[in-house]
Design a protein around this ligand. Structure first.
Ligand code: PLZ
Length: 452
């Protein structure tokens, strides 16, 4: 039980939080340790955690735990708090909406903020054509619905996803996700009519974009056939799979093939969306206009909200009542999204993501120049990663990656790993982080690597 006198002395979150790294106890400290012990007793073991802390406040570029430790945030809660945690505009919008009404169910009695979010998504996503949107609760739910819509529109059943792809933890999205552990192992059987083809992974496959696209398209034509295919789904930059940036020409060739064969091209921008990559959407970087785009994460600064946006004629294929859900487009989540979108558009966050990207890239490239255990530094904007390898063989080095990440955690830096081979450290700082804190975080990563 949390004691009231303890809660009242907690720091307020948001940008006013002192922007320092401070580790005054071993992690976890005593208060966090007590809460984590209760977690072990009360919460299902399948719900794991990577930072041994219990959070009480966050904002700017730090996360503060119950023992007063202040950690540098290089993860944004997996690319979610891009505008910054507890951003004052978002917090105020949430409070105001919570005092107004908390829920009616948009399918029962609609309200304006849902329409506002749909209009914003239709306007901000790439493609100069008539668009419509529908709102859901999570990235996985958005992906499920994008596939439903594509199937209804095309009258076809099959869906193609890619090696290294990640699309969620529900049954259909597990089927679309590539990696078995921890996402799929033991949880089958998976949804039928889902197929996987090779992606473009220039560092490991050495193929041009055109060659990688031809490899994928040939497999689709031979093993599925365009006539059976409703949709192709891909993350423009693959997130959980290792921040894999496809070779130039790959995505546009796949889009062209989809268009020529009346296959719906779905860009899963759940992780890449909303300024993260130094563009409002990563599709812009590759010059593609997806038929459907899924969004979540950054859209509402942590409130559960997700969207499917796309060509009006495709979005309208589902019959009335065919799309929805009790909470989809909840009014508090929509209020948070409208405030966050205001910040993305008007507070220069696309530019800030580019600056953060330049800082991350320069520093990591500097470390790589002296240390061949970093095989590649890649990404766009504030979505940058380093892939760790055995320099002698080029093979993925997951043990080194885990050691570097563990040392960062111990020193009070939140870093996330990713990659099919578990050998990638990804940097996803909130766009509200200052350069000093970011640099200090990278100093610690460099020291952790040197010591590993
Ligand atoms: N599509 C591209 O990145 C979520 C999940 C991590 P939800 N990625 C982080 C984990 O271990 O669960 C994600 C994504 C892409 C879909 C999803 C799913 O989004 O909001 O987690 O359902």
């Amino acid at each position: 039980m949390t004691l009231i006198d303890e809660t009242s002395s907690l720091p307020a979150g948001g940008p006013a939080l002192e922007q320092v790294r401070r580790v005054g106890t071993p992690l976890p400290g005593p208060r966090s340790a007590a809460i984590l012990a209760r977690k072990a007793d009360a919460v299902a073991s399948g719900v794991a955690h990577s930072m041994p802390v219990s959070v009480v406040a966050a904002g700017g570029g730090v996360v503060v735990d119950a023992d007063g430790n202040s950690l540098i945030d290089l993860g944004s809660g997996i690319a979610v708090t891009s505008v910054g945690n507890a951003h004052p505009k978002v917090a105020a919008a949430i409070a105001a909406q919570a005092a107004q009404f908390t829920h009616t169910c948009f399918m029962v009695s609609p309200y304006e903020s849902y329409v506002d979010v749909a209009e914003a998504l239709n306007r901000l996503t790439p493609g100069d054509f008539a668009k419509k949107s529908a709102l859901f609760n999570s990235g996985a739910e958005a992906v499920e619905n994008a596939v439903k819509i594509a199937r209804k529109y095309t009258g076809r059943q099959s869906v193609v996803a890619f090696d290294h792809g990640y699309h969620g933890r529900t049954n259909l999205t597990m089927a679309l996700t590539a990696k078995s552990m921890p996402y799929k192992s033991g949880f089958g059987p998976f949804a039928p009519e889902t197929y996987r083809v090779p992606a473009s992974y220039p560092y490991r496959d050495g193929l041009t974009g055109a060659e990688a696209a031809e490899r994928a398209i040939t497999m689709i034509e031979k093993q599925i056939g365009a006539d059976n295919l409703a949709a192709v789904i891909i993350e423009p930059i693959q997130g959980e799979g290792g921040f894999i940036v496809p070779a130039d020409g790959f995505l546009d060739a796949v889009v062209d093939w989809c268009r020529a064969n009346d296959v719906v091209f779905i860009a899963d921008e759940v992780q890449t969306g909303f300024a993260r990559t130094g563009a409002m959407f990563a599709s812009e970087i590759f010059g593609i206009e997806p038929d459907l785009i899924t969004t979540a994460k950054g859209i509402a600064a942590g409130l559960p909200l997700a969207g499917v946006t796309g060509r009006a004629e495709i979005m309208d294929a589902a019959h009335a009542g065919g799309l929805g859900g009790t909470y989809g487009g909840n009014p508090i989540a929509c209020a948070a999204a409208l405030a966050a979108i205001d910040v993305f558009e008007n507070d220069g966050l696309v530019e800030r993501a580019q600056q953060i990207g330049a800082l991350l890239r320069d520093r990591l490239a500097g470390i790589q120049a002296e240390d061949p255990r970093i095989g590649e530094v890649r990404g766009h904007g504030a979505m940058i990663a380093a892939e760790f390898v055995d320099p002698a063989t080029g093979k993925p080095d997951a043990a080194l990656t885990a050691a570097v990440a563990a040392a960062c955690v111990k020193a009070g830096v939140i870093v996330l790993t990713c990659g099919t081979f578990g050998n990638v450290i990804r940097f996803l700082p909130p766009l509200s982080i200052g350069d000093e804190l970011l640099t200090e975080g990278l100093d610690i990563v460099a020291a952790a690597l040197a010591a590993a």
